[in-house]
Design a binder for this molecule. Structure first.
Ligand code: EPZ
Length: 431
């Protein structure tokens, strides 16, 4: 078993490079299924979720070639298999994009229900509603999603109003619609940067998608998509996580390869807390020397404050002067990390979707568990700011979404390393 060991208390200095966006990459890679020819996908983050989705495509028969550390060539022309292996699909949420992509390309798909972080109920009824509006028959049975167009023909454009703003449903319906006959309209669509990135990828391969980034997206189906090259946007949440790390640990770090506009929702809250953020063309300089002020935060779909930054901002609020109120506006259960924070001296009360965080003078190092990806990132932030030693287990969750986190943080002066714990010791900790 491996853990992160952090000796906290070092302020952070110098620069961090941000990698490509996880939640864009895990949709753009399956989108290659819709393309005749080779897609060169650049700025791919080296994280386990991306490795898994590439592995699934290979299992389906795609030709995947690594060009360099951040670039792959994916050619799905010879894919014939539409049945996604359970062992791989269950490990990752984004495996649901294979339904939209396979349905759009072949008129049928058989995909196991997806896995991913446990954030409370994660239904896919809106995805299914979209496919049905385009003429598909969809059934969920024995842990599998069976979707097909009668006679395995082509989907037809449809009108879909999403009952709630869903990133996954918006992207999945876009994937299914690009090769459908006629126009599909998605109303109440999500507006996250990765929605726009997926639309830009598909349009650069010949799709006809309008309105991505607004709440109405129109997709005029085309006959075919052709290969090309595309570079994925920088990861908004990875950048926000390191901004929060500087806020918690103090110091001054230039966070490079970002789109500052995508960070506005995070920057605004950090500035309210007394953190200095200077925007450059493709970087933000984050500086924190003085005390942190309390703030209230409510998570919302983009351009609101992202739910995927909620645990990380909670770590910073633990260190602020005064009491902050945090409201989770997207997921039912995203406070499972709170007990771990309490081990480090945090004072947090949770009632449903509301957390009340009483700032404490400082946190103290402790052994803690990363229960999901962003909770794990928040443990790292708390550990960087805490006095003493923090050991974090469950780091496979963190590695799903953060490329070379230990190297990036060590590069700005953090004392963080991976340690190996003998199995016997880790077994005796399981209760
Ligand atoms: C994506 O999940 C991200 N995952 C999540 O990031 C992120 O938290 C979430 O969007 C919100 O931004 C990926 O991109 C792979 P949703 P997704 O559909 O698409 C409800 C991370 O840490 N809903 O936007 O699955 C749902 O229960 C991860 O990187 C339905 O009720 O989220 C939730 O309350 C965790 N029915 C809300 O909508 C549906 O059919 C938003 O979910 C779909 C969603």
């Amino acid at each position: 078993m491996t853990k992160y060991q952090i000796h906290g208390g070092n302020p952070l200095h110098r620069t961090i490079q941000i990698s490509g966006a996880k939640n864009a990459a895990v949709a753009i890679i399956p989108a290659a299924l819709l393309v005749d020819g080779t897609c060169r996908i650049e700025n791919i983050p080296q994280i386990s979720d991306v490795t898994l989705i590439l592995q699934i495509l290979q299992e389906l028969g795609a030709d995947v070639r690594t060009v360099n550390r951040t670039t792959v060539d994916v050619d799905c022309s010879r894919v014939r298999n539409r049945q996604v292996p359970y062992e791989l699909a269950r490990k990752i949420r984004a495996s649901y994009y294979l339904v939209g992509a396979l349905l759009g390309r072949f008129g049928w798909a058989e995909v196991p229900l997806p896995g991913g972080c446990d954030l409370g109920g994660r239904p896919i009824d809106q995805h299914i509603k979209g496919f049905v509006a385009m003429g598909a028959e969809v059934e969920v049975r024995n842990g599998l999603i069976y979707a097909q167009v009668p006679d395995r023909g082509r989907l037809t454009g449809g009108q879909v109003y999403l009952d709630m703003v869903s990133v996954g449903a918006t992207m999945n319906i876009m994937l299914a619609a690009v090769l459908a006959s006629g126009m599909t309209v998605i109303e109440n669509a999500a507006k996250e940067p990765h929605i726009v990135d997926l639309a830009n990828f598909l349009n650069s391969m010949g799709a006809d998608i309008m309105g991505a980034g607004t709440d109405v997206i129109k997709i005029r189906g085309v006959e075919r998509l052709r290969g090309g090259a595309y570079s994925i946007i920088p990861d908004q949440i990875e950048a926000g996580t390191y901004m929060a790390a500087v806020a918690a640990a103090g110091g001054e770090v230039l966070i490079q390869n970002v789109i500052p506009k995508h960070l506005d929702c995070i920057t605004a809250k950090l500035v309210e807390m007394g953190v200095e953020v200077e925007e450059r063309d493709d970087a933000v300089l984050v500086r924190r020397n003085g005390p942190l002020n309390r703030v209230n935060v409510k998570t919302m779909p983009y351009p609101g404050f992202p739910t995927d930054m909620q645990p990380q901002i909670a770590a910073v609020l633990c260190l602020a002067r005064g009491t902050s109120v945090l409201i989770e506006g997207v997921w039912d259960n995203r406070y499972r990390y709170v007990d771990e924070f309490r081990r480090m001296g945090a004072r947090i009360q949770v009632d449903g979707k509301v957390a009340v965080i009483e700032g404490v003078g400082g946190l103290t190092g402790a052994p803690v568990h990363a229960c999901d990806l962003r909770a794990g990132a928040a443990m790292v932030i708390a550990g960087l700011a805490a006095q003493g030693v923090t050991e974090i287990d469950g780091i496979h969750h963190i590695e799903r979404g953060y490329e070379t986190l230990v190297e990036k943080l060590s590069g700005v002066g953090a004392d963080i390393r991976v340690i190996f714990v003998p199995d016997e010791e880790s077994q005796s900790q399981v209760g």
